[in-house]
Design a protein around this ligand. Structure first.
Ligand code: ZN
Length: 234
């Protein structure tokens, strides 16, 4: 277990894994997308409160989660089989070493529903998980974020190509022109980061985070309800 699992035994919301006072469930509508989202979640990742894979699984309608684990003496190998990704075409596999996702790749109006596979693990785990997907689809990468600083303030990110699962999916949604879904997911993501910083007792950092957040704009209602529930503004 990582050190992000704070205070063993403390109560957590079974939905969002936040302390009940900082629960972010039901504050925003779910994300609707034409893309079939498949998450390959590392066994070690699925119970971490900071995980954005769990966030995507909880907030994106129709998202399917698959558990990954390497075979050990005690566990059989688990992963993602081609049949599990029921796409008419070739699923996209996000991989920083892949080809750029074509701008404007049609998400709607094409003959079949596009599918994307996103791996969710630590950076070290992600390499092994991505290799387990060899032959399953077409490897694509996202356009360079252009030096914009990352907004995932919960873990150190070694470089701009190392995105959290939620940010990776936002990149895909943006690339295919699903901007409403991208913006909705961004609000869920920002609320998740903000609440987790507060849960860690990092109030000052949480306030700084909020300063540049779309939660102050399009997410204002959700933020107000969050503050009402948590007992006041941060
Ligand atoms: Zn909750």
């Amino acid at each position: 277990m990582g050190r992000s699992v704070v205070r063993a035994g403390a109560a957590r919301c079974p939905g969002c894994s936040q302390p009940p006072r900082l629960c972010v469930c039901d504050l925003l509508p779910p994300v609707e997308t034409a893309i079939a989202v498949h998450l390959l979640i590392h066994r070690h990742e699925r119970n971490k409160p900071s995980s954005t894979g769990a966030l995507v699984a909880r907030t994106v309608n129709g998202c399917t989660s698959h558990l990954f684990q390497r075979a050990t003496r005690h566990h059989p190998a688990l992963g993602l089989a081609r049949e599990a990704v029921n796409a008419g075409g070739e699923p996209w596999i996000l991989d920083p070493a892949g080809e750029p996702l074509p701008a404007g790749a049609a998400a709607t109006g094409s003959a079949h529903r596009p599918a994307v596979v996103i791996v969710d693990g630590t950076w070290r785990e992600a390499g092994e998980m991505t290799r387990s997907l060899d032959g399953l689809g077409r490897r694509v990468c996202l356009a360079d974020p252009g030096g914009r600083p990352g907004r995932y303030w919960l873990r150190d990110q070694p470089g701009p190509t190392h995105l959290s699962s939620a940010e990776a999916l936002m990149g895909v949604l943006g690339a295919v022109g699903e901007t409403a879904a991208e913006e909705r997911l961004r609000l869920h993501f920002e609320l998740h980061v903000y609440a987790t910083l507060l849960a860690r007792g990092r109030r000052e950092m949480a306030e700084r985070y909020l300063g540049d957040s779309p939660l102050l704009g399009a997410g204002r209602d959700a933020l107000d309800r969050f503050h009402a529930r948590s007992g006041g503004a941060a």
